[in-house]
Ligand binder design. Structure first.
Ligand code: B1M
Length: 208
């Protein structure tokens, strides 16, 4: 089995103690960080499908998520390049009622590597907390909101509209599996990105 295939299986089966070493071995064997990341994201797709079909339950999803996070830790220094000039501060968080953070953490890593200082509010972030964080931090130029559940899309809307009501000039970027460009337009976000790489590109565009 190739090293990447091994990483994929370890994430799918939630072997968090073994994933970091396997990711490092894949890197040492010459596999690209992006390919390893793509394999782990695909693993989470498999995990989601197994959950949908009733083959596994929430605890197994959680264990797989932990395993993926261990793998991402190893990739982070490889993928996040050194940037000397800051483009400003970006506040990021997963919206209220939503506990999913892997995608948000990847987006954080990629926006940071594009040259922003990141303030990560974590998960289950009430709309008003985004506004408070803008006021508490220096040189905030962007608010980024992640939402992974169809049931938390209204919370995404509330986050965008609360930020826009309090800070009309603040740029707001949204994303997450159920989010589309059409939904982002509908709720008044300035930008939408389907994945972490394009979130970094869009973040730079929004503050240019
Ligand atoms: Co949950 N979960 N989960 N879960 N979970 C999903 C999302 C689901 C699709 C699984 C399924 O049914 N197939 C489903 C949602 C269905 C829906 O809404 N239509 C679901 C459900 C139902 C639930 C619960 C309700 C289950 C329950 O309790 N009965 C529950 C809700 C808890 C809550 O949030 N209140 C729940 C709980 C959990 C765990 C806590 C166990 C765990 C999360 C742990 C964690 O994050 N630390 C979990 C997991 C792991 C998943 C799956 C399997 C994997 C999510 C993930 O990390 N994907 C997921 C199935 C799936 O994704 N196929 C599932 C990998 C990640 C890299 O992708 O997060 O999409 P993603 O991020 C991408 C893009 O979306 C985008 O870029 C990222 C990288 O490319 N992106 C942005 C994300 N944020 C962005 C922001 C941007 C731009 C792009 O700009 C700001």
């Amino acid at each position: 089995m190739s090293k990447i295939a091994e990483v994929k299986v370890l994430v799918e089966t939630g072997k968090s103690k073994k994933v970091a070493a396997a990711v490092q071995e894949a890197l040492d064997a010459g596999d690209k960080a992006q390919d390893i990341l793509d394999a782990m994201i695909a693993s989470m797709g498999v995990v989601g499908d197994k959950f949908s079909s009733g083959e596994i339950f929430v605890p197994e999803m959680l264990i797989a998520a932990k395993a993926m996070s261990k793998g991402v830790e190893v990739l982070k220094p490889v993928m996040a390049g050194e940037v000397s000039n800051s483009l400003g501060t970006c506040i990021i968080g997963t919206v209220a009622g939503d506990l999913h953070d892997i995608g948000k953490n990847l987006v954080t890593m990629m926006i940071e590597s594009a040259g922003f200082d990141m303030v990560d509010l974590g998960v289950d972030v009430p709309a008003v907390r985004f506004v408070e964080a803008v006021k508490e931090n220096d040189n905030v130029v962007l608010v980024a909101c992640s939402g992974l559940l169809t049931t938390t899309m209204p919370a995404l809307k509330e986050a965008v509209q609360t930020v826009k009501a309090a800070l009309p000039d603040m740029k707001v970027l949204v994303g997450g599996a159920p989010v589309t460009q059409a939904y982002a337009d509908e709720i008044g976000a300035d930008g939408y990105a389907p994945d972490a790489g394009s979130a970094a590109v869009k973040a730079k565009e929004l503050v240019a």
